[in-house]
Design a protein around this ligand. Structure first.
Ligand SMILES: C[S@@+](CC[C@H](N)C(=O)[O-])C[C@H]1O[C@@H](n2cnc3c(N)ncnc32)[C@H](O)[C@@H]1O
Length: 497
């Protein structure tokens, strides 16, 4: 499900601007520096499914092939209104209530194996459905790849496929097959056969091998996710269908070397787990553009709430998001002075970023785009020396990051791109200006959640083990006593032990 380059590009729009969120402005301000690192590093953390077609490469997308991957209850962003789109409300039924929270330490998240099940549907093939309540931030899937290839190497899927175990092959063979039109897998296979040592094969065997190779490559094309610099197919994550309003975020975690899937909002039993195949700039496309991309890349017509919206609100919102993001990007680059939607000052840039945050939440786009938007808002607030806003948005970013990616973010931290580094930076800048910012405790608690949970689970396991050992020992002692009793009775018949 990797996205392609070229064919899907829209000539009338500069799509690169979507990356604006994490670039530094060319001004002398020191506050943007860490933003740069986060941009690059988030790319690894936000790979999307890619199908060997021509969708743009996206740092925050989802499943891919060669074509081919919240906020505190008192966030200001939820209430701030500014810019041109204050009338855009209504599509996302959760928008008004949607106050994304950090993953609760108290929530008794069900065991992973009971969180979802694979079911066949009438219209989408297989799909994953929640079988229990899944709180926001829950890690639903964490798995290693069946096949991993370097980018643009779908044609090389055959060799690693042959190296799979019997069980892995059976799992791979069951995955969805789809060959995007632009990929001539048959020619690729034939040319590989011509160049390979296949002289001893007769015509029938060659045809059978070509068909087999096309199937393996097509399966890879239909199911792969961008994972760092490569593309991978995962047995379970490959069953995630697409929605333009996803309820999970998938990403490759370089620290764990696993694909993780997290709930980006509370998910109720019976709901389908859906991710986005578009991500990044694709998220801001209007319905007709998304429809073309998804049809060409994956062969289906999306019927998600955004694509079924007949009021035009979703398109208006996404169009506004693209335009505002573009203007903010120009501002950050120090270009486009005086052009419409290019803010003139940090103050208007902050308002524009806040509007983006609000529109994203209203539209139900609450993962990587929101992380970036919070970072931009925090950066502009810091430029304006509005320290309380800067830290509030930084914490919001941390919460969304936690919900989407978890806390094992060594790579992001090393690059200085994780929210933790940004929070420290904001605090330092504020302290240098004589302002001591609070909430460090709350933040520590938030980020310690995984560690605390795993410690608690470890303790619980150890207690269980001890209990089992005591029980076993008791049984052994009882059996031994019984054996001795029998031995005594056999040795002295007539006498009771
Ligand atoms: C990675 S697979 C997802 C799992 C797949 N449904 C299966 O049966 O294994 C991608 C394929 O699923 C189908 N699909 C994904 N999202 C869909 C959606 N929103 N509506 C209809 N079909 C969808 C398309 O056929 C697409 O090529």
């Amino acid at each position: 499900m990797a996205q392609t380059t070229g064919a899907m590009a829209h000539p009338d729009r500069n799509l690169n601007h979507i990356y604006f969120f994490i670039r530094s402005p060319p001004t002398s301000s020191t506050t943007d520096v860490q933003g740069d690192a986060s941009s690059a590093a988030l790319s690894d953390q936000c790979a999307s499914p890619t199908s060997g077609s021509a969708v743009t490469s996206n740092p925050c997308a989802s499943p891919s092939s060669e074509v081919a991957s919240l906020s505190s209850s008192h966030t200001e962003a939820n209430t701030v209104t500014s810019g041109s789109s204050s009338s855009l409300t209504g599509l996302n039924p959760n928008a008004r209530d949607f106050t994304p929270k950090p993953h609760s330490t108290k929530a008794s998240a069900p065991k992973a194996s009971r969180l979802y099940e694979l079911r066949h549907t009438d219209d989408k093939g297989y799909a994953l459905y929640a079988t229990a309540f899944i709180p926001i931030g829950t890690r639903i899937i964490c798995e290693g790849p069946l096949i991993r290839l370097a980018e643009n190497q779908v044609h090389l899927a055959w060799a690693p496929y042959c190296r799979l175990s019997k069980k892995q092959k059976a799992a791979y063979d069951k995955l969805h097959y789809f060959k995007p039109e632009h990929m001539d897998l048959e020619s690729v296979s034939r040319s590989c056969l011509i160049n390979g040592p296949n002289d001893d094969l007769n015509e029938i065997e060659i045809e059978r091998l070509v068909a087999e190779q096309v199937r393996v490559m097509g399966t890879f094309a239909a199911n792969n996710f961008a994972t760092g610099r490569g593309l991978s197919v995962f047995e379970t994550a490959a069953r995630l269908n697409h929605s333009c309003v996803p309820n999970v975020h998938h990403s490759f975690n370089p620290t764990l070397q696993k694909q993780t899937v997290h709930a980006v909002r509370d998910i109720h039993p019976g709901e389908e787990l859906v991710t986005t195949y578009l991500g990044g700039q694709g998220s801001y496309f209007i319905h007709s553009q998304r429809m073309d991309m998804l049809y060409q890349g994956y062969g289906f017509t999306c019927t998600c709430p955004a694509c079924s919206d007949t009021t035009g609100i979703s398109d208006t919102r996404r169009d506004a998001l693209a335009t505002l993001a573009w203007g903010l990007q120009r501002f950050i680059e120090g270009a486009g002075h005086g052009e419409p939607y290019v803010p003139a000052t940090s103050g208007t840039a902050l308002q524009q970023a806040e509007t983006i945050v609000r529109l994203l939440i209203e539209e139900g786009l609450v993962s990587i785009e929101l992380i970036k938007a919070y970072r931009t808002a925090s950066t502009q607030a810091l430029n304006m020396k509005d320290f309380s806003k800067a830290i509030e948005y930084a914490y919001n970013e941390a919460e969304v990051e936690r919900n989407c990616l978890g806390t094992e973010l060594d790579d992001l931290k090393k690059l200085g791109a994780a929210s933790a580094g940004w929070i420290e930076h904001v605090r330092e800048v504020a302290a240098a200006a004589g302002v001591i910012l609070g909430r460090a405790k709350k933040y520590k608690k938030l980020m310690a959640t995984d560690e605390q949970k795993s410690q608690a689970a470890k303790k619980k396991n150890e207690a269980k083990k001890r209990k089992r050992a005591v029980k076993k020992e008791k049984e052994r002692v009882e059996m031994e006593a019984e054996r001795q009793k029998k031995e005594y009775e056999a040795s002295f018949p007539g006498l009771k032990a």
